[in-house]
Design a protein around this ligand. Sequence first.
Ligand code: CA
Ligand code: CA
Ligand code: CA
Length: 149
Amino acid sequence: MFTNMINKKFLIIVLAVLLVLMVGGFVWFKHKNNKIDNTVNFGQTQTVSPEVIQQENQKIKNDSENLQKVLDEKQKTDADLDGLSDSEEKQLGTDPKKIDTDGDGLTDYDEVKIYHTNALKADTDGDGYSDGSELRRGYDPLGPGKLKK
Ligand SMILES: [Ca+2]
Ligand SMILES: [Ca+2]
Ligand SMILES: [Ca+2]
């Protein structure tokens, strides 16, 4: 009778410990699984969510539309977008619709604003070499074909 009671008590303790272990293990297992699920879901929304792709596409579209607007606005005053306004080109006599009026390899803007060569004459100093090729080879397009340095 006495040993029977101890056995019963022991059995209850063992059962209780087992129960705690089972519940604890179950909770841990579920938690672990949830963690994995979350990671997978997070990854999916990051990579394949159509909404995100659509948003990105819309953003790119907006950006290119804005750029086009800026270019259109700029082109109203500078048709060839070479940096010289149409009215400036009219004064200089260069073609407002051509970046390189005399075709020497230098833009009208570069000739007028940077090199001070004649934007209407491919060979400003008349030595037989065009302004663009002189500059590429290190010659002075304004001098008589001499080396700049
Ligand atoms: Ca222009
Ligand atoms: Ca030119
Ligand atoms: Ca020349």
